[in-house]
Design a protein around this ligand. Structure first.
Ligand SMILES: [Mg+2]
Length: 116
């Protein structure tokens, strides 16, 4: 019985979030900036530089690890949490950058067509 339960867990599809769309995330980040009057600082150039900085923070976590495997078994649980946090930082700045540039990140139909 326990093996069946474990088997179901391993067969579950990995998901990013539950019930949060890219558009929903864009709106959350826009509201976050508006509430703090940060639009004056969120110019495309500043957002791009901030995004690049966060990519650097993410890269730092992988630095000196060598090649890593799917699921990051080489990382501690604490390191995996940090990876997720830095990915979220990257996504937040990339989302703000796209929003301030008035460019949609995910135009799914076009993206699907591109990779057919
Ligand atoms: Mg960060």
């Amino acid at each position: 019985m326990e093996n069946q339960s474990n088997s179901k867990q391993t067969q579950q599809e990995h998901t990013f979030t539950e019930g949060l769309s890219f558009e929903g995330f864009r709106q959350i980040m826009k509201n976050f900036a508006n509430d703090r009057d940060w639009n004056q600082y969120h110019t495309p150039r500043n957002l791009l530089l901030a995004f690049t900085g966060e990519v650097g923070e993410l890269c730092e976590l992988f630095q000196w690890k060598g090649e890593v495997s799917e699921g990051l078994p080489e990382f501690s649980e604490e390191e995996k949490i940090r990876v997720g946090e830095e990915m979220a930082d990257c996504l937040a700045y990339l989302t703000r950058l796209a929003d301030q540039c008035k460019i949609g990140i995910i135009q799914l139909k076009q993206y699907q067509e591109k990779w057919k």
